[in-house]
Write a protein that binds this ligand. Structure first.
Ligand SMILES: *Cc1c(COP(=O)(O)O)cnc(C)c1O
Length: 352
């Protein structure tokens, strides 16, 4: 009875499960199976607890400088948040009006966009996919809206859009903001960050959670024109002045400076992704080519929910959605070679 109408009405985002009942081969939330950079681990170990008496730097200046250096931009073009989910959330009040034409995104994409839109009372415009897997840029460009959210590579399908194709779209809508959610981009290597210098309507959002193996520390960032970054700062300072804690600033700064380790980890995941996809195809699964650290796999006469249940009984966790089209698939995070071998063995058992 104390809840607002909004709190009663909204359907929150459901994150993938983080079970504590037993040890699973955990391939359900796209975490990285390899440890964070040793330099990040070192920064964590050396962190002086006495520093926690003080508030962190409110604008995460040191971390923003480290990110700017790694991304080849200026610190004034970088904004940091408590996970890229928070950065994406702040984009809604920063760039969309509640009585505007709305935020446009694909029918099958990161389901948090829809939750954010409702939370911030921003109208949304959902565009059907082409042959279910591909973004329909023609329809997106032609629709009435104030801007776009594009997960690239897309979640949960893993399909990626090359930079050239993104640029064609971004340049065709100069009066609308394009927010490129590049949570998985490091596994594809076609980032739009270099385009932010030329297109004032482009904001790229990235995260430390996936390719940097730092999901537990909660840090994400945006790169874009200083005017867009300023909009995000305005919203942050209406909500939480210190979203990025002092430990996080140190650890993520060390992680992003270790380009060599990052590249090695990414290439191990990419190699396993190819091997795992081949194995799934051999078992009769339909698996679109993935540019992310997960595979979207479906098999006729087996729902995603059924695969999930049977795998969970055998100690392997994957993710599925009870939604039209998506329900015929499950999403499998690329694990270590050993984890992937367990998954394949259990799938063979289930199919036998
Ligand atoms: C994982 C993910 C994010 C954000 O993750 P954070 O941990 O909040 O940085 C954002 N977008 C997509 C599409 C994701 O899959």
């Amino acid at each position: 009875m104390f809840l607002s109408e909004r709190a009663r009405a909204i359907a929150p985002y459901t994150a993938g499960e983080q079970p504590s009942d037993k040890r699973y081969v955990k391939l359900n939330t796209n975490e990285n199976p390899y440890p964070p950079s040793p330099l990040a681990a070192e920064a964590l170990k050396k962190f002086d607890a006495d520093r926690l008496r003080l508030y962190p730097r409110p604008d995460a200046d040191g971390l923003r400088a480290a990110i700017a250096k790694a991304e080849g931009v200026s610190p004034e073009n970088v904004f940091c948040g408590n996970g890229s989910d928070e950065v994406l959330a702040l984009c809604f009040p920063a760039f969309f009006d509640t009585d505007g034409k709305g935020a446009c995104f694909a029918e099958y994409t990161y389901s948090f966009y829809d939750v954010f839109a409702r939370f911030f009372s921003v109208p949304c415009v959902k565009i059907p996919m082409k042959e279910e897997f591909y973004l329909d840029f023609d329809r997106m460009g032609a629709c009435s809206c104030d801007g776009y959210l594009i997960a690239n590579p897309n979640a949960p399908t893993g399909v990626g859009v090359p930079r050239g194709e993104m640029e064609r779209f971004i340049s065709s809508v100069p009066d609308r903001i394009v927010i490129a959610d590049e949570a998985y981009m490091d596994f594809f290597g076609e980032s739009c960050v270099p385009l932010t210098a030329c297109y004032r309507n482009l904001l790229v959002v990235k995260t430390f959670s996936k390719s940097y193996s730092l999901a537990g520390i909660r840090c994400g960032y945006a790169v874009g024109d200083a005017a867009l970054i300023d909009g995000l700062f305005r919203m942050k300072d209406c909500f939480n002045s210190y979203p990025v804690d002092a430990v996080c600033q140190e650890v993520c700064g060390a992680a992003i400076a270790d380009a060599k380790y990052h590249a090695e980890t990414v290439s191990r995941v990419v190699a396993e992704r190819g091997r795992l996809r081949e194995a799934l195809l051999a078992l009769g699964f339909t698996v679109p080519e993935s540019r992310a650290n997960f595979l979207f796999a479906g098999r006729s006469r087996l729902s995603g929910a059924e695969i999930y249940r049977q795998l969970k009984d055998r100690g392997v966790l994957v993710r599925y959605w009870e939604k039209p089209f998506l329900r015929d698939f499950c999403r499998i995070t690329v694990g270590t070679r050993e984890q992937n071998d367990v998954l394949i063995a259990k799938l063979k058992e289930i199919l036998a």
